[in-house]
Design a protein around this ligand. Structure first.
Ligand SMILES: [Zn+2]
Length: 156
């Protein structure tokens, strides 16, 4: 009946999910992580049609949807676009707070990556500052092989 009042009763159920999984990251992302692990080099991809440089690599251009197959090497240096300092602790974080995390546009790339910022006084953080990648001694072919980005020291 359309006018019948339905009594609603909240229901809850308890559960616990353990879900280990593996998935293929694809050819380009595999090369991306292997280059970081084996050579401490950060690569992007360059769309052969519109010339946009994307990092991390994608097999399809984010701008024109053209297929992309080749990596381009980037310097590992870039510019801080924006940042925040995390003070909140959570079990899923890779680093204990407080720590800085930023959006970094690598030189030569048109997109930016998000990563930790280290070796910096938080008060000195500012958008536009130059950063460079610092790699972990032990690398496992994942994004945390980049330990963090640190400020580029001016010479002289
Ligand atoms: Zn494109």
């Amino acid at each position: 009946m359309a006018n019948e009042v339905v009594k609603k009763e909240p229901m809850f159920t308890e559960g616990y999910v353990i879900m280990p999984y593996k998935y293929s990251v694809g050819t380009l992302a595999s090369k991306f992580f292997i280059e970081i692990r084996d050579h401490k080099k950060i690569n992007g991809v360059k769309c052969p049609k519109c010339n946009i440089v994307i990092v991390p690599p994608r097999s399809v251009c984010i701008k024109c949807f053209n297929k992309i197959e080749d990596l381009v090497e980037l310097s590992g240096k870039g510019t801080l676009v924006t940042y925040t300092v995390a003070h909140y602790d959570s079990a899923v974080q890779a680093m204990k707070p407080p720590y800085a995390i930023g959006v970094i546009k690598l030189d030569g790339a048109d997109t930016a990556i998000t990563h930790f910022i280290g070796e910096v006084d938080f008060k000195e953080l500012k958008a536009g500052m130059k950063l460079e990648a610092v790699f972990n001694e032990t690398r496992n072919a994942n994004i945390l092989d980049i330990k963090y980005f640190k400020p580029v020291k001016n010479k002289g």
